[in-house]
Design a protein around this ligand. Structure first.
Ligand code: GUN
Length: 294
């Protein structure tokens, strides 16, 4: 069994981005600039956005954090998005989700100029991705593709089972792995709450990707010997022995599953750190005009 160390891989990729930025800026390119919009004071969102801003510093990007109180109106938020859409120095921006209940996430996502949608959430980017056109790939699937590619894990002809059909992980992951493309060409099954016999599907998987948000759901009896297991879950589990009173567990029961795997990602330190890398890669692509020519 080989552990896929997402934290170490993320550091490697950030080092590569930093070197490329230094070279390009030395040749006269402006510094890539990412903006993040954070509404309210959700502790998890604050941590995620702080990580994104810190990563910008690490790779030599400019960053702008726009933090507004929970009381912001939809119109005020749309106005901020308009300004970011037209600000020529901003290469890409994200609006951290989830938004407070009174705000309309769908309208917000649609208001973002798809050419600056480095989260890859806009239907234009999802649609282009589905058709194999250049697009910003959503952070988590893009990070997982990097993990597979950089560990020389072949996807062509493999049986892939994905647990969870969310817009930001399961569904785009299924599209990417089944595309006629490098890191694609897999036979993909997307399992969800209405799937009959999820364990039966899982047992056939050469590559199993768990993104359902249920702690320790995947157990050893559901995994084929030699499978690659990618754990996207980050679930809070009460644990009085921890200072915070909880620990973070994945969707996979790591202890029992790991011995059966050829590769497995841990939680924490697996897929999580890779998602910020994806955002940095997309922002650099935007600055270079690689996805949508300037
Ligand atoms: N909330 C959880 N994941 C994400 C993400 O990738 N982007 C944004 N904007 N919000 C999130």
């Amino acid at each position: 069994m080989k552990l896929i160390d997402g934290k170490a891989l993320a550091q490697t990729i950030k080092g590569e981005i930093k070197a490329e930025v230094e070279k390009l800026v030395g040749e006269g390119m402006k510094k890539p600039h990412l903006a993040a919009v954070l509404i309210g004071s959700d502790p998890a969102s604050q941590v995620y956005v702080r990580n994104k801003v810190r990563s910008c510093d690490q790779v030599g990007f400019t960053s702008t954090l726009i933090n507004r109180p929970e009381s912001i109106t939809q119109e005020e938020l749309l106005h901020i998005i308009d300004q970011l859409n037209t600000d020529e120095d901003i290469d890409g921006f994200i609006v951290q989700l989830p938004l407070p209940k009174h705000l309309n996430e769908e309208e917000v996502t649609l208001a973002i100029d798809h050419r600056k949608d480095v989260d890859g959430f806009h239907p234009m980017n999802i649609g282009r991705m589905a058709q194999g056109l250049s697009s910003y790939l959503p952070a988590t699937p893009y990070g997982i593709l990097q993990m597979l590619e950089r560990n020389d894990i072949e996807t062509q002809g493999k049986e892939v089972v994905i647990l969870g059909r969310s817009n930001i992980v399961g569904t785009p992951m299924s599209i990417l792995l089944s595309r006629k493309a490098k890191n694609g060409n897999a036979t993909v099954q997307l399992c969800h709450s209405r799937t009959v016999d999820i364990p039966g599907h899982c047992r056939k998987a050469d590559i199993l990707i768990a993104a359902i948000g249920r702690a320790n759901y995947v157990t050893a009896d559901m995994v084929k010997e030699g499978a690659v297991v990618i754990d996207v879950g980050i679930n809070r589990v009460n644990d009085p022995s921890k200072k915070k009173g909880y620990r973070l567990d994945g969707d996979v029961h790591f202890e029992s599953v790991a011995p059966k795997c050829s590769y497995i990602t841990p939680v924490p330190g697996g897929v999580g750190p890779m998602t910020v890398c994806s955002l940095m890669m997309n922002t650099l692509k935007s600055c270079k005009g690689e996805v949508y020519p300037k």
